[in-house]
Design a protein. Structure first.
Length: 213
């Protein structure tokens, strides 16, 4: 059983989503497809932004595909993208410095395992540089990032538990299709918005599943 695994076919975990064919099944999602959507939400929240930084790790699976999705979405809206690679924790502060020098007005932050583990430092640097950010995981926003958009953790855990229950009752993982999220959530940290001096449009706040105040 697995949960929150992007592209299990590409990783060789299963043969296909419909027919896993081995000893694993679970819940997956497309991080690449979410890239463009996160950019759109960031632009809706930061009215008038024309240049967006993308901070990402080229060695982390799926980040390059997400960047491609972001660029595609940006091109349709006349937005300039500043891409800055993050290969180690030591790159973090200079990456924010470079984003500001490039005149980015907000950032899509793609966390890897190291950056996720240092999410409070990421949030502090974003605030220090007055750079609004959208993130890949809810804890990043609860620890000070501005926004999160992605699959609902609660739904994914429930669906994973349901699959595990079927396996415990005798079902074969190879015969249980890998499931994809049906519920996505938008979380906004209003405390961070106020600290950044941002006024988030009321119409946008009404779209949020959770507002941290």
């Amino acid at each position: 059983m697995f949960a929150f695994v992007p592209d299990p076919v590409g990783l060789g975990v299963v043969e296909s989503l419909a027919h896993p064919g081995g000893n694993f099944t679970g819940v997956t999602y497309s991080e690449a497809a979410l890239g463009g959507k996160r950019l759109e939400l960031l632009l809706d929240a930061i009215v008038g932004a024309k240049k967006i930084a993308v901070l990402w790790n080229p060695s982390f699976p799926w980040h390059a595909d997400a960047l491609k999705s972001i660029r595609t979405s940006a091109s349709t809206r006349g937005i300039e993208i500043f891409s800055r690679e993050l290969k180690a924790l030591e790159d973090l502060e200079s990456a924010f410095d470079d984003a500001i020098r490039a005149k980015a007005q907000a950032a899509v932050f793609m966390a890897d395992n190291v950056m996720f583990g240092n999410r409070k430092q990421v949030a502090e640097l974003a605030l220090k540089h007055h750079l609004p950010t959208i993130h890949s995981f809810p804890p990043e926003v609860r620890d000070g990032g501005l926004m999160f958009y992605g699959p609902s953790n609660a739904e994914n855990y429930q669906r994973s538990a349901a699959l595990a229950d079927r396996i415990l009752k005798g079902a074969r993982p190879s015969e249980l299709p890998v499931e994809q999220p049906t519920k996505f959530e938008l979380i906004i940290n209003l405390k961070t918005a106020k600290a950044l001096g941002l006024t988030i449009p009321e119409s946008f706040l009404l779209r949020a599943d959770e507002v941290i105040e």
